[in-house]
Design a binder for this molecule. Structure first.
Ligand SMILES: Nc1ncnc2c1ncn2[C@@H]1O[C@H](COP(=O)(O)OP(=O)(O)OP(=O)(O)O)[C@@H](O)[C@H]1O
Length: 262
């Protein structure tokens, strides 16, 4: 089993003991063990167990308010002060992409990507990442000179430049038009093939989840109500493949959508 060099995020009031979960898969980059999060009286995550291996792509679906962002924020260590218990192991080298690109408007594209990187190779790594996302010609542009899709490509480059072991993405294509979204799906698959991070993608889009993921989870009332392995679909996926359609119907049912009217 590969050596784990990550960090343990201590949850309030709980002794972290993730060793057993780490042994379950080779090269885990995320292990959540009975992760619980509450807002006041409301339990938003209820003893969630989740393991993601390096190179594994997991998509997370759920109705609005089901706790998807709460889970992602907990994994990203962005939920300081939130009441909760459980253990969390997260690979040290992880990055997050949000729905908005969050680029610094006063900084050109290349320094946005290399922000926080040090060393002689930082600029080279930034150029490589920008080339990977097809923006080699826009390195000196300002963020406001880019389209929404291009800004998200810069955000992806910024995440991937550190070659993360775990990529966390919260609706990264949610604000893009349908065509740009489809292009971004192809790009993300390609980049994941190259950098092989574990991925946790939060999305509302069932087809996006089935197109991209190895495994799709549905969160409802703080628990996973569906967990579908998509390995048998292979790498090239068609929306019209009967197996794809079967996954879509099962996931919509788990989401509580009446497929006779969808
Ligand atoms: N800081 C907070 N304080 C109080 N309640 C919160 C807080 N953050 C989230 N919640 C509540 O927790 C629940 C889950 O929110 P979360 O944002 O995780 O849902 P979501 O599944 O990501 O929803 P959406 O798909 O609409 O983005 C919601 O009912 C929300 O109101």
């Amino acid at each position: 089993m590969a050596q784990v060099t990550g960090q343990l995020i201590d949850s309030p009031g709980h002794q972290p003991t993730p060793a057993a979960h780490r042994a379950v898969v080779d090269d885990p980059v995320l292990v959540a063990d009975k992760l619980t999060r509450r807002f006041g009286e409301r339990t938003v995550l209820d003893e969630i167990d989740l393991t993601i291996a390096r190179g594994e792509f997991v998509a997370l679906l759920g109705r609005s308010g089901s706790g998807k962002s709460t889970l992602l924020r907990a994994v990203a260590g962005l939920d300081v002060g939130v009441d909760g218990t459980g253990d969390l192991f997260v690979a040290r080298n992880s990055s997050v992409v949000f729905q908005d690109s969050r680029l610094l408007p006063w900084s050109r594209v290349l320094p946005n990507v290399t922000l926080g990187l040090s060393g002689r190779n930082a600029a080279d790594a930034g150029r490589t990442a920008l080339t990977d996302v097809g923006l080699e010609g826009r390195m000196r542009a300002w963020p406001n000179e880019l389209s929404g899709g291009e800004q998200q490509r810069v955000a992806l480059a910024r995440s991937l430049v550190r070659q993360p072991e775990l990529l966390l993405a919260d609706e990264p294509f949610g604000a893009l038009d349908a065509l740009t979204r489809i292009r971004m799906h192809g790009l993300l698959r390609e980049l994941c093939g190259k950098y092989r991070p574990g991925v946790l993608l939060v999305t509302h889009d069932v087809d996006e989840a089935i197109t991209l993921a190895d495994r799709v989870l549905v969160l409802d009332n703080g628990r996973f109500v569906a967990d579908r392995d998509l390995d048998s679909l292979g790498p090239l996926r068609s929306l019209r493949d009967p197996e794809f359609v079967a996954h879509r119907e099962a996931l919509l049912a788990a989401l509580g959508v009446d497929i006779t009217t969808h």
